[in-house]
Design a protein around this ligand. Structure first.
Ligand SMILES: Cc1ncc(COP(=O)(O)O)c(C=O)c1O
Length: 357
């Protein structure tokens, strides 16, 4: 094993690579992992040295508190390869910022942005050959922090691990999706942890999502937990509708919605492409009325894993609202293309969103 020391990070290289050349479009999301991972421990009130080591299992005592009380937060981001083979990260400092917002809410220590970025860039540099050289494919990057103390009392852990693992990925959804408005279960409540990328949020969504899947819907559209009247987000995507020619998306003010980096990027792009964008409350009734009036011209989900995913139909109280065919979705198609062109370096990035490795 080859060990190198860089400032603030030690690197132990894997002697062999697991990489198999194959068509990246066939990749199953989150199944294969790259050759290395980053790891750092929080002990005695501070983060220790950052290391990059060969990817592998970590051992865990059954009494480790994260297994019992769920102090665990994560991020999802991607690296893209341009036509010249250069690797590009999309708005990585936003993920560094957001993991700390999540950590703060779960009473966990924040990871300094510089440590996050050093670990990230060194890891991606080392595993750069794993970034698929095909548009539509990318390297999914999963930074996470979890409680690492062996203790069964309910209290914030005193020990944590920060890690980054990576997995080559193609598109999460292979085409437009059918979604259903959820009127019974909730993902998030006011005062809760909906705005954090907390592991438990995803566990809580699994059962209602599985019920919707049995009815043929790939995702739920969550509604507010008080009245189940207002739209929040669609599974692991933020959601946007086009009423007439105005783009409308739920505002993230009341902290029940994860403030997506893709959402923020889409808002910027849409405004610069000349569209009017509104961030506000959207009721399910407004959606139904707009559909009835022939004004619901487009609807799509946005997220790092899902990119821009066109919504084919929306199930509301037993009735499916069908949306225009994909060929007529000029808004989502145009925004998706511009965003993708920036990520893959087909056009200049006027926003400073890209960090080349
Ligand atoms: C619940 C939820 N909402 C929205 C998003 C979209 O966020 P982003 O665009 O930052 O990936 C995600 C995905 O990370 C998510 O898990």
């Amino acid at each position: 094993m080859l060990t190198t020391e860089k400032p603030n990070i030690s690197i132990v290289k894997s002697e062999t690579s697991k990489l198999v050349e194959s068509d990246p479009s066939d990749l199953i999301f989150g199944k294969d992992f790259t050759d290395h991972m980053a790891i750092c421990e929080f002990r005695n009130g501070s983060w220790g040295p950052m290391s990059i080591v060969p990817y592998g299992d970590i051992s865990m005592n059954p009494g480790t508190s994260t297994l019992h009380y769920g102090q665990s937060v994560f991020e999802g981001m991607k690296a893209y390869k341009d036509k010249g083979g250069r690797v590009r990260l999309f708005r990585p400092t936003e993920n560094a910022r957001r993991i700390n917002i999540s950590a703060q809410r779960l009473c966990m220590p924040e990871i300094p942005e510089e440590m996050f970025m050093t670990a990230l860039t060194e890891l991606i540099r080392l595993d750069a050959k794993w970034v698929p050289a095909k548009e539509g494919c990318s390297l999914y990057i999963r930074p996470f922090i979890f409680a690492d103390e062996v203790f069964l009392g309910v209290k914030p852990s005193t020990k944590y691990k920060f890690m980054i693992i990576c997995s080559p990925a193609s598109n999460y959804y292979k085409g437009p999706v059918r979604v259903r408005v959820e009127r019974q279960y909730s993902r998030a409540v006011e005062g809760g942890v909906g705005y954090a990328k907390a592991a438990g949020n995803y566990a809580a969504a699994l059962y209602p999502s599985s019920l919707a899947a049995k009815e043929g819907y790939q995702q739920l559209i969550w509604t507010d937990s008080r009245e189940h009247k207002y739209i929040e987000e669609a599974g692991t995507m933020n959601v946007m509708f086009v009423f007439g020619d105005v783009l409308v998306t739920p505002s993230v003010e009341n902290e029940t919605i994860l403030a997506g980096i893709t959402r923020d990027s889409v808002i910027h792009l849409a405004k610069d492409l000349g569209y009017k964008v509104e961030e506000r409350k959207i009721s399910v009734d407004e959606l139904v009325e707009a559909h009835k009036a022939g004004q619901l011209n487009d609807a799509f989900g946005m997220g790092t894993a899902a990119n821009i995913t066109i919504i084919e139909s929306i199930g509301v109280d037993g009735i499916d609202l069908s949306l225009p065919p994909v060929e007529q979705r000029t808004v989502s198609t145009k925004i998706a293309k511009t965003l993708s062109d920036i990520k893959y370096g087909n056009i200049k990035d006027p926003y400073g969103w890209i960090e080349e490795i």
